[in-house]
Design a protein around this ligand. Structure first.
Ligand SMILES: [Zn+2]
Length: 382
């Protein structure tokens, strides 16, 4: 919502100021009772107990929870749209759909595709980012391929899998204007370790995934700089007693963050407990891996041969399943969709936690953990 005063000066900042009252606040590291959140011009000013400053719009949500806006670092689209479509309008539509579920910041993700398709999609996302519409804020771009294993390609296009050349990468870096933040690599590919170091040197997160790597190959990749596992368990070599495989290596590498699609379809919920114990709540990041069907159907669809085509469950649904099956308490579980992805990207002072000076990206949940309201940079959008 935006208005212009008679003088032509935007009053938008007024819509970005207010006071949220009546909630239990999860920062998420701290739980704060009997306080409200004061925000001005899109930023959090602080937590105060009762007296609301004059001229402040009060949003009362008695008995609800106030938590940081969610962050999804791996999703491909929504509402019939794949970011690979490469148009600004479609990117805006997908980003708006995700915002409604509480995802206030995100890292749109591009699957394996021909070079020109990827370039066009990146340009469209960067332009969509500037939109005046209420959309999830783009805080990076995630390239899931094309440097992946054909044996573990999932639904990725086999024809477009290729070795990334320095030339292609330089061009991508140039057009992405510093926004390319995550790239998935299969460590067993020729030149992968050099590529992982190349990414790491440029502050880009090398994520291991869509991989048939052995335990040794994955451990070498972790040593070379891998910081993240692309949807742990899915599309990677599993654990055997004498060959712990890519999965075993990623599980025992304490510093490596793990993405997890906790929709109950991609990974058996019994493994939520295992991964929560092994990785700890600090290194777990829930992702939707949203397909274009996100927002249009309740369960993920499959190809003819049974391969799952991305996810359709929004992050709050995954949060509930994670809590049900992992034994994690709300404070810890919340980290996996707020603070952890922010910390991975080095943005934790601005997004992913409620603290003084941070963006007023705030989600109000009811006691069933269903989304009641969403504030994006202080503006109520749901
Ligand atoms: Zn994906």
């Amino acid at each position: 919502m935006k208005t212009k005063s008679a003088s032509g000066i935007s009053l938008r900042s007024d819509y970005r100021s207010g006071f949220i009252a009546g909630c239990t606040i999860f920062t998420p590291l701290r739980r704060i009772e009997r306080n409200g959140i004061l925000f001005r011009q899109g930023r959090i000013v602080g937590f105060i107990d009762s007296q609301t400053p004059e001229d402040t719009v009060i949003h009362s949500f008695d008995g609800c929870l106030a938590v940081p806006g969610f962050i999804d670092i791996h999703f491909h689209g929504a509402s019939g749209i794949n970011f690979l479509d490469g148009t600004v309008d479609s990117a805006v539509t997908a980003l708006a759909t995700h915002l409604k579920e509480g995802t206030t910041s995100c890292v749109p993700t591009l699957m394996t595709a021909p070079p020109d398709v990827i370039r066009k999609a990146i340009t469209a996302i960067l332009e969509a980012r500037q939109s005046d519409m209420s959309i999830s804020e783009v805080i990076g771009i995630n390239l899931e391929g094309p440097y992946i294993s054909a044996d573990r390609k999932g639904v990725h296009d086999r024809e477009s899998i290729r070795a990334i050349t320095a030339d292609e990468m330089e061009r991508l870096l140039e057009i992405s204007q510093g926004m390319l933040r995550i790239v998935t690599v299969a460590p067993e590919m020729e030149g992968a370790l050099t590529f992982i170091r190349y990414l790491t040197d440029r502050g880009i997160i090398a994520s291991a995934g869509h991989t048939n790597a052995s335990y040794d190959e994955m451990m070498a990749a972790v040593k070379s700089g891998v910081k993240l596992a692309t949807h742990l368990f899915n599309a990677m070599r599993g654990i055997m007693q004498r060959e712990p495989g890519a999965l075993g290596a990623l599980l025992v590498s304490d510093d490596v963050y793990s993405e997890l699609i906790a929709d109950g379809e991609h990974v058996h919920p019994a493994l939520f407990r295992l991964v929560a114990r092994v990785k700890g709540a600090e290194r777990l990041i829930l992702i939707t891996d949203a397909s274009p069907e996100y927002g249009m159907r309740k369960t993920a669809s499959r190809t003819k041969n049974g391969t799952l085509v991305g996810g359709t469950l929004p992050l709050p649904g995954e949060l509930k399943l994670l809590m049900q099956h992992s034994g994690l308490e709300l404070e810890s579980a919340l980290r996996t969709i707020t603070l952890n992805p922010a910390a991975l990207l080095g943005l934790e002072r601005r997004v992913g936690s409620l603290r003084k000076g941070a963006d007023a990206d705030i989600v109000i949940l009811d006691r069933n953990l269903d989304v009641k309201a969403v504030f994006s940079k202080g503006e109520r959008v749901v």
